[in-house]
Design a protein around this ligand. Structure first.
Ligand code: SAH
Ligand code: SF4
Length: 360
């Protein structure tokens, strides 16, 4: 079991699982629907079992024991000049995660404009140790449970008073390494009795866990796939992403092709531009070839400086040149002039700063 604790909080359960628990204890299964309505209906969204007033008191106290409601504490809500808002959440065991609300950005992943996108974390820390990334710097602490993933959406909607209509799993952690809990959360977020977000409105980003990409390809959910590529050759990619030694680029491309075929979808490559590391013109040409083979789109992301790391972004002229090489080859590529630069919106950065402040 990959749950960090044996408790099954309410927001980690599917409707079917709750129905089973209820019928096994001699309760009518319709109660499960009532509970989910209290938990997820936008008019209700209660945060305690006692607020579910149409449930018998005895049943409430049994369920409270078995399936506690855990609401992370919102520690800071930082605003940014471009109205990106970052929520720092403290979990039940004192760990921190972050979730970032990005309003009204142009279409990045979906077909239409991404109106209110939430960038969701999947783990505390990350074990994959990409050299440029703040989340990986302190290693991996633990998986998030399904309710901790679902809660990020509920809290973001509560605090903003707005409905989130796109999710990107690009916060802290590697979602594919927490596959079971992550997929459980996705099915709750997707379900009509749950948050009701279309799978096509969700994008999962992975550093390239090939077996999990194939597993997800075999699932019926039409989730979009983004690959953190950041290097088109094994030489460059292995230097900055240790996962590439296990699953080299060619193997990753095959898994992407499989995903694209199964889902009849376009894949996105994320490509951070880091000066002197992966921005050579030869790398751009190879990247174009890789994308062409898969009909993938490319999002170029100028590197966001991380305290303690030596990397920086290339000049704007160099970024534009890289972009034009891709476009000249007929690739759909954009540069993501990222939002939230002034609030450490790149994954893992706010958490690191707050943890440092707390211990110093
Ligand atoms: N582990 C997953 C999802 C989380 S990372 C993955 O790697 O895909 C989300 C995205 O942020 C990834 O594309 C990652 O490469 C990128 N990222 C990490 N550090 C960054 C930085 N300093 N500047 C810009 N993007 C960064
Ligand atoms: Fe982990 Fe993704 Fe950061 Fe790599 S880029 S260390 S996989 S969070």
């Amino acid at each position: 079991m990959s749950d960090p604790d044996p408790i099954r909080p309410l927001h980690s359960l599917t409707l079917g699982e709750l129905e089973t628990t209820l019928t096994e204890s001699g309760q009518p299964s319709f109660r499960a629907k009532q509970v989910m309505e209290w938990a997820y209906d936008r008019e209700k969204r209660v945060e305690s079992w006692d607020a579910m007033t149409n449930l018998p008191a005895a049943l409430r106290s049994t369920l409270k024991e078995r399936h506690p409601i855990r609401v992370p504490e919102v520690l800071t809500v930082s605003g940014s000049e471009d109205t990106t808002r970052k929520l720092l959440l403290r979990l039940h065991d004192g760990e921190f995660i972050e979730t970032v609300l990005i309003p009204a950005s142009p279409a990045l992943y979906g077909e239409e404009s991404d109106r209110r996108t939430l960038c969701v974390s999947s783990q505390v820390g990350c074990a994959y140790g990409c050299k440029f990334c703040a989340s990986g710097l302190d290693g991996w602490k633990r998986h998030l449970s399904a309710d901790e993933i679902v809660s990020q959406v509920l809290l973001a909607e509560k605090i903003s008073g707005e409905r989130i209509n796109n999710l990107v799993f690009m916060g802290m952690g590697e979602p594919m390494a927490n596959y079971t809990n992550w997929l459980q959360a996705v099915s709750i977020l997707n379900a009509p009795w749950g948050v009701g977000l279309g799978a096509r409105k969700m994008t999962v980003s992975t550093s390239g866990l090939v077996p999990r990409i194939r597993d997800l390809a075999d699932q019926s959910l039409q989730i979009r796939l983004a690959i953190s590529l950041h290097g088109a050759s094994d030489e460059v990619r292995s230097q900055i992403m240790p996962v590439n030694k296990k699953h080299p680029v060619a193997e990753l491309m095959e898994a992407c092709a499989y995903y694209g075929e199964r889902k009849k979808q376009m894949i996105t490559f994320e490509y951070i531009l880091i000066e002197g590391v992966n921005d050579a013109l030869a790398e751009a040409l190879l990247l174009a070839d890789r994308a062409k083979g898969l009909r993938a789109k490319i999002n170029l992301i100028p590197y966001n400086t991380v305290e303690g790391l030596p990397w920086k972004r290339p000049s704007e002229a160099a970024q534009e040149e890289f972009l034009s090489i891709l476009r000249d080859k007929g690739i759909a590529a954009t540069i993501r002039r990222e939002k939230g630069h002034d609030i450490d919106a790149a994954c893992g950065q706010l958490r690191r700063r707050v943890e440092k402040d707390l211990v110093s």
